[in-house]
Write a protein that binds this ligand. Structure first.
Ligand SMILES: [Zn+2]
Length: 290
């Protein structure tokens, strides 16, 4: 795995150098950029999970600093003077690692506060995306991952094209995956992404290959983790607690949640009343699951 590690570090430093250049030299010479931070929830191969979810947040480059700062402030409010604690939503919810000795009421409040930060990050500064794939004997494992990634990339691409028309200026996008869960497939993604992107019908706005970063190192991937976990809780457990406050932050147009995608792969015998399907059937109706 060593070659992969050095490739990854090299890419990461190049990425941050490029970001620094963009930030410090001249916004006017490069198209504005959205960074889409992505994480996954649900095991794509384990049959005990019925869903695989890829989800995250697209953040306008000049907003990234502020969102990270607001999350740091959540930590300072609850745990002042402590080293940065990664906000891993499932660990906070279930009391794992650092959170084991934290009062459940405090854990619930921390999750509410993270949801509050996402809720206040309004369009066009930040927009949410999630692809929920219901697994079947035909769609599981790598196929489920590829299916979800294709869906999210296409939606992000369309969002950037629409946003470009809105402001009459071309918008670019960059993907940043959480490397922990994607570690095994990282090499395939990096080397094969352009080919995949072409097969998906040419993604017009993505600037480069995807990048990988550790969730521990950036608060913004911790937001992606929250969004993926919140969607998983809704679809897998029918628990809307975490997604309810942030639902309207998904990419939405005229009452339809384009940014939230639900793929049902099992035989469909009845209409689905989840927020994604309900809003496609009747705009501004977010269904009965909430
Ligand atoms: Zn649905």
């Amino acid at each position: 795995m060593e070659p992969y590690t050095s490739l990854c570090n090299w890419q990461r430093s190049l990425f941050w150098s490029a970001r620094h250049f963009v930030s410090s030299v001249a916004f006017s010479f490069v198209p504005p950029m959205y960074l889409l931070y992505l994480d996954e929830s649900g095991n794509e191969s384990d049959p005990k999970d019925r869903h695989f979810i890829l989800a995250g947040i697209a953040i306008f480059e000049r907003v990234t600093f502020f969102l990270a700062k607001y999350l740091d402030e959540v930590q300072t409010r609850h745990f002042p003077g402590v080293q940065p604690i990664p906000f891993h939503a499932s660990h906070i919810r279930t009391g794992m690692d650092f959170w084991r000795k934290v009062d459940p009421k405090v854990r619930a409040t921390v999750l509410e506060d993270i949801g509050g930060v996402i809720k206040r990050a309004k369009y066009p500064g930040a927009v949410l995306f999630a692809a929920v794939v219901e697994k079947s004997n035909k769609v599981f494992g790598e196929k489920a991952v590829e299916f979800a990634t294709e869906s999210v990339c296409r939606r992000f691409d369309t969002f950037l094209l629409n946003r470009g028309s809105e402001v009459k200026e071309k918008q670019r996008g960059l993907l940043i995956f959480s490397e922990g869960r994607f570690h095994q497939r990282a090499r395939v993604w990096v080397t094969g992404f352009r080919e995949l992107g072409t097969r998906w019908g040419s993604l017009k706005t993505l600037s480069d290959i995807p990048y990988f970063a550790s969730m521990r190192d950036t608060r913004l991937l911790q937001i992606a983790d929250y969004v993926a976990y919140a969607a998983f809780q809704l679809y897998e457990k029918k628990d809307p607690t975490l997604i309810r406050p942030i639902l309207r932050q998904f990419n939405e147009q005229n009452g339809t949640l384009h940014g939230l995608i639900h793929y049902r792969t099992t035989p469909i015998t009845s209409p689905c009343d989840c927020p994604a399907c309900a809003s496609r059937n009747t705009p501004s109706n977010f269904g009965s699951w909430l």
